[in-house]
Design a protein around this ligand. Structure first.
Ligand code: MN
Length: 741
């Protein structure tokens, strides 16, 4: 299914294909608009040929002449409005012309070759890019969404102006969306909210993003939209005095210092308030940050002077100061934000910026085309191109479409944190990024061997989430290696991709190793000697080029040992081979439910600091004279030990075959009440759990209990904790020993 905006389909394609200019169409209204568009383009780009835009207009009008929009307007209205938006975004001649022509290939009989002949390669490429995007269909399936993004980004990567045309096109479609049938309108609104609004945000186009989001909300949740619209209207009347009480004194002080500044009060978009209410689970009247004061001055120095004035007049709120001039956002947004306590104790956000920053804040990437004029390079545009290329590159590494979509969404929606290396270099990471992400951001090798980190000089585990301003030093060890669990907490695509690649290789190598061991053991059991030539020739007989890939298949179980031995030693009857195949796999001895690579005899101790149980992610630590002690991977004690003695870390795995009990220490806080302890005992009994030890302290009305219990595994433990949490009076149940939980 392709997107359809037209109601009347074309029949006479011959006439339409002629590009001749017909003056007699009776829709002269748009002529006026087109001249206004030409004026706008000329104002921003001196060497603009008005005839080129006129030709594009006439060509498009002719091509679409029998088509109407759902609104009843001639189709050309949509093309003109798209072009007008592009002109207002200060785009150049070629982009505006392509805007006029953006639907001719998709919706009329005109071919891309005809566009090329008439308007040249550049316009044709832009129209082609937009046409490719228009054919995409948004669905709720993650696979298809990933595919949508993939094709979209690919189309953009050839020329960033493609997405600007698409934005302008989408904006007009959204503005006229109410003419469409409900279902179709909802699909387009959802697509806008999920794809185009986040993309607009990523390209710094705030004005466009807000309008798209509000229009989408109007369709997707009309009641909420209407309700907020009314509330905001009332709020605007109420806030006039408040704005004045903030703006006037700032204006006075700016004047005294001889600084020209424009100060305005503005309300945030309906959708952004809607989202805040959803995220915080709060009603409208409890959302305090629904408006902001904006100060626009001429120079960066004046920004800081204005900041001083504001913070002098009103008390700044701690932790609500952000200098995006010193550290711009990833979408290149610059401003200073400070929240102050205004009149009547209201918290008010103040944004301070220069006029240049203001333009970038409003139209983002589009602001940079103007600066590009006369110059070949633009750092900002290069930056955006590099970003697109980077995410296209990931898709080569990330095969699972769900992963790809998740990475993309993180990248599109994330807010960033700024952290420092010990040398003071600044690093930008997505919000929620961990010490391990930081390590990968420094270098893949650092990430792959990351043991932990020192954040602000305190040793922390690798999954620690970083905060703005943290100074991070990574602790590494050549003995450390990636673990499947790492994927659960890393946030950056780089870390995710590198870990997955490493695990894939490691699994392959393990399979090769296992396969080789199986074959050697098999031959040993059969008591046969094989010449090295026979071994060399073996892979060929299974269609393999080398021994390694044969071992890998053997190790993975894709190829049976019986088959291989049958070829290698045909003189031995197959029954004999069959009889021992099951036992040919290398025997790995498990002691106390733990398996240690390459070791048969070892002493096992479960660490008392973190009490691991099967299901926990674990690691071994070799202790002098005591064998191996088993810790949870999130145990802070282990981390401290391993930083001091990294060579003592050893890989271990659970291998529990029969019922075995493991000790766990729980801490239970509850408000004191009669029969509480009896209920605890009953609950534990009901989930088959032994209590080994119970320490209890009661202070006033609070019970603080420490319980040592025995469980089978993590699943059992989880059911115990859930059971205890259900008892009336329970405040919290925590497991001792880990860093988080
Ligand atoms: Mn269109």
């Amino acid at each position: 299914m392709r997107r359809r905006e037209t109601t009347i389909s074309l029949s006479d394609s011959g006439a339409r294909r002629s590009a001749s200019v017909s003056q007699d169409l009776g829709i002269a209204d748009y002529e006026k608009t087109i001249h206004a568009i030409i004026d706008t383009v000329q104002a921003h780009h001196k060497h603009t040929d008005p005839q080129f835009i006129l030709r594009a207009f006439h060509f498009s009008r002719e091509a679409h002449k029998n088509q109407l929009r759902k609104s009843g307007a001639p189709y050309i209205e949509h093309c003109v409005e798209t072009a007008r938006e592009l002109a207002e975004l200060r785009m150049d001649l070629v982009t505006v012309a392509a805007g006029l022509l953006h639907d001719v290939v998709e919706d009329t009989g005109v071919t891309i070759e005809e566009v090329r002949e008439n308007f040249g390669e550049e316009v044709a490429q832009l129209v082609d890019g937009v046409t490719k995007i228009s054919g995409l269909q948004f669905t709720s399936h993650e696979e298809e969404q990933a595919e949508y993004f993939r094709k979209l980004l690919f189309a953009i990567s050839k020329d960033l102006r493609v997405i600007l045309i698409k934005f302008a096109d989408r904006l007009h479609n959204m503005r006229t969306l109410h003419f469409l049938p409900r279902k179709q309108a909802e699909r387009i609104a959802l697509e806008t909210r999920e794809i185009y609004a986040p993309l607009a945000h990523r390209f710094g186009m705030a004005n466009l993003q807000w309008e798209l989001e509000d229009l989408a909300l109007k369709i997707l949740d009309p009641e909420a939209y209407e309700d907020l619209f009314q509330k905001l209207a009332q709020e605007k009347i109420k806030s006039e005095q408040l704005f004045k009480a903030i703006i006037d004194p700032i204006q006075r002080e700016l004047n005294e210092k001889g600084i020209q500044g424009e100060i305005t009060g503005r309300f945030k978009s309906i959708y952004s308030i809607y989202r805040k209410m959803k995220e915080r689970g709060k009603p409208f009247h409890e959302i305090y940050d629904i408006f902001a004061i904006r100060i626009i001055v001429n120079t960066v120095d004046e920004c800081y002077i204005a900041l001083g004035i504001v913070q002098n007049l009103f008390n700044p709120v701690d932790n609500r100061y952000k200098d995006y001039i010193a550290k711009p956002k990833v979408n290149l947004y610059k401003s200073i934000h400070t929240t102050v306590v205004g009149p009547e104790g209201r918290m008010v956000e103040v944004q301070i910026r220069t006029w240049d920053m203001h333009k970038v804040a409003e139209i983002g990437i589009a602001a940079h085309w103007k600066y590009k004029e006369g110059r070949k390079e633009s750092d900002a545009l290069d930056y955006y191109s590099a970003w697109i290329r980077e995410i296209i590159d990931w898709q080569k590494d990330v095969l699972d479409p769900k992963d790809y979509l998740e990475i993309l969404k993180t990248d599109l929606f994330h807010n960033e944190v700024f952290v420092f290396t010990p040398k003071g270099d600044l690093l930008k990471l997505p919000q929620g990024a961990t010490a391990l992400d930081f390590a990968f951001a420094i270098h893949s090798e650092v990430g792959l061997h990351c043991l932990g980190a020192k954040v602000n000089n305190r040793i922390v585990p690798i999954h620690t989430v970083l905060q703005n301003g943290d100074t991070v030093e990574i602790l590494t060890s050549i003995h450390q290696k990636p673990h499947q669990d790492w994927l659960k907490f890393v946030r950056t695509s780089k870390a995710k991709t590198k870990i997955k690649q490493w695990l894939k290789i490691a699994q392959y190598q393990e399979a090769v190793h296992l396969g080789e061991e199986m074959l050697t053991n098999g031959l040993k059991r059969l008591k046969v000697q094989i010449s090295s030539k026979a071994l060399r020739d073996l892979p060929k007989q299974f269609g393999k080029t080398d021994l390694e890939s044969l071992y890998a298949e053997l190790g993975r179980g894709d190829l049976s040992l019986q088959k291989v031995l049958g070829v290698l030693v045909p003189q031995i009857p197959s029954q004999e081979i069959q009889s021992f195949e099951k036992t040919a796999s290398p025997k790995r001895v498990a002691v106390e439910g733990i398996r240690v690579q390459g070791m048969d005899h070892f002493l096992i101790q479960f660490a008392k600091c973190c009490h691991p149980v099967p299901g926990d992610s674990i690691i071994g630590f070799i202790t002098q004279g005591k064998g191996i002690s088993i810790h949870r991977r999130d145990c802070l004690n282990w981390l401290k030990l391993s930083v001091e003695m990294p060579e003592k870390i050893i890989d271990v795995a659970w291998d529990v075959d029969k019922d075995r009990a493991f000790q766990v220490q729980l801490r239970l806080m509850a408000s004191s009440r009669k029969d509480f302890l009896k209920e605890v005992a009953d609950s534990l009994l009901r989930v088959n759990t032994n209590i080994l030890k119970l320490d209890l302290r009661t202070e006033n009305t609070l019970i603080d209990a420490s319980i040592l219990i025995e469980v089978r595994d993590l699943e059992h433990l989880t059911s115990v904790i859930q059971r205890l949490q259900k008892i009336k009076g329970t405040i919290s149940v925590t497991r001792d020993g880990g860093v988080h939980e």
